[in-house]
Design a protein around this ligand. Structure first.
Ligand code: FAD
Length: 277
């Protein structure tokens, strides 16, 4: 069976960024992905740009899964967005809570507190009309009080009607296997697809990982740091490490791979090309 790939994009801010995204999509289409997903900025901050990116992908007849985050949003607003996506032929969504942009603490609280409420809303308003992916955290969500509570909260999303999950990225495959075991013990049977973050820039990756609670193991940090200004050396090493992780995950039975492409094709192509599908 062919391994299913999906590729995540973010909506660009500039014309130049959009041109880059288009090139990236054309390059990655060669890998015959199941779909491309498009992120939705915190608190709806990229709303129009997400729409424009989704529209462009649909105009190219590309399977597209828009992300939708609910924190700070009202029911009306979410209903309108869902209506719009249905009329554009969208059949899959990535449903998230999201994080409010910093400094927005005093803003409108909105109608949703957690992603399970968004999933339940989508299923109530548009029953069975979307395949709903949700986020999963093999190394646990940074705000979760305990690992067990985070697993219980993940289960709430499944019970609300999620069809599949995509994980936060990780570099330690054991965290993913343990997470799958814990899900199985809770009778969670939806496919949980590993999220894969290619390594192309150490400083950016370290900053982002600290913020989202994804661990870069010490041995990997140390090696990446040691590349200093050698961007090409780091790139090649990053491809080797991440391709090895992907190989292990697929051999162990992962149901597919979801790549955080950062709107760049080179690393994702290099990693995927070495994989036996
Ligand atoms: P939830 O599942 O709601 O969980 C958030 C926290 O609340 C967890 O600690 C959980 O344990 C706890 N919790 C959940 N439900 C309950 C409950 N009912 N009662 C009490 N506690 C609860 N962010 C964006 O802004 N835009 C994007 O496009 C985007 N795409 C993403 C794609 C993927 C694959 C992933 C993994 C993350 C993405 N994010 C995105 C980041 C995400 O929004 C953040 O990680 C956010 O902090 C949590 O979102 P969630 O949907 O996982 O939240």
């Amino acid at each position: 069976m062919t391994t299913q790939f999906s590729f995540e994009l973010f909506p660009p801010k500039t014309e130049k960024g959009m041109e880059k995204l288009k090139e990236t999509v054309e390059a990655l289409r060669a890998l015959d992905p199941e779909y491309f997903s498009v992120t939705y900025g915190a608190g709806g901050s990229t709303r129009e740009r997400t729409f424009a990116t989704v529209e462009w992908l649909r105009s190219r007849n590309i399977e597209t899964a828009p992300h939708l985050s609910c924190i700070g949003a009202g029911r009306e607003e979410i209903r309108d967005i869902l209506q719009r996506y249905r009329s554009e032929g969208i059949e899959r969504l990535v449903a998230l809570r999201g994080d409010l942009p910093s400094g927005a603490g005093a803003g409108e609280p909105g109608d949703f507190n957690y992603a399970n409420e968004l999933v339940a809303f989508i299923q109530a308003e548009f029953p069975g009309q979307f395949r709903i992916e949700v986020a999963a955290y093999p190394e646990f969500h940074p705000q979760a009080p305990t690992a067990w509570q985070d697993l219980d909260n993940f289960k709430r999303k499944v019970e609300a009607g999620a069809s599949g999950a995509i994980t936060q990225y990780f570099y330690n495959a054991d965290a993913y296997w343990r997470f799958l075991d814990d899900c199985a013990k809770r009778n969670i049977t939806i496919p949980i697809v590993p999220g894969i973050m290619p390594i192309t820039n150490y400083a950016n990756l370290a900053r982002f990982s600290d913020a989202c609670g994804a661990e870069i193991p010490r041995w990997l940090r140390k090696r990446l740091e040691a590349f200093g200004d050698d961007a090409e050396g780091l790139f090649q090493f990053g491809v080797e490490v991440v391709a090895e992780l992907c190989r292990k995950l697929l051999e162990g039975g992962a149901p597919g791979l979801h790549f955080y492409t950062m709107n760049q094709s080179r690393a994702t192509l290099a990693i995927c090309e070495g994989l036996n599908r």
